[in-house]
Design a protein around this ligand. Structure first.
Ligand code: 5GP
Length: 120
């Protein structure tokens, strides 16, 4: 069964324009903005516009064109920010044990400096 989606979550409010953000990208499928508490020189959050609680929800329930559009958007943003040669890291947290706080799917795009080991 699909997880219930909370329309009051903070990223839903950003997507609706009710809260501000520093937008870096938008297309039909995706919306991206700078993380409010960056952990690298570049720390962008990339969200599908559709209402998905997590990667688990998205991978099961999203139509293929929405999945493709979102995945392509993540790559486009990284290229637009000149991160391909410099290198970048994508992180996605699923559920509280992973550190997921906001219940709207978002991929963390990190770059701009040497990144440390994967965990901590
Ligand atoms: P999570 O822990 O759910 O994977 O990631 C949530 C991320 O959202 C955190 O890195 C946190 O700093 C960021 N964040 C939380 N609230 C806001 C906000 O209101 N605006 C922005 N731009 N980022 C936020």
């Amino acid at each position: 069964p699909r997880s219930p989606y909370d329309d009051a979550n903070i990223f839903a409010r950003i997507l609706r324009g009710e809260l501000p953000c520093t937008k870096v990208y938008e297309d039909e499928w995706a919306y991206a903005f700078h993380d409010i508490a960056p952990v690298a020189d570049i720390h962008v959050l990339v969200l599908p516009k559709g209402k998905y609680v997590s990667w688990d929800d998205f991978s099961v329930n999203a139509p293929a064109d929405e999945i493709a559009g979102f995945v392509r958007a993540v790559g486009t943003i990284a290229r637009d920010m000149d991160l391909v040669d410099a290198g970048y890291r994508l992180i996605n947290n699923v559920g509280p044990n992973s550190g997921q706080i906001v219940p709207h799917l978002h991929v963390h795009l990190l770059g701009g400096r040497m990144l440390g080991p994967m965990l901590d």
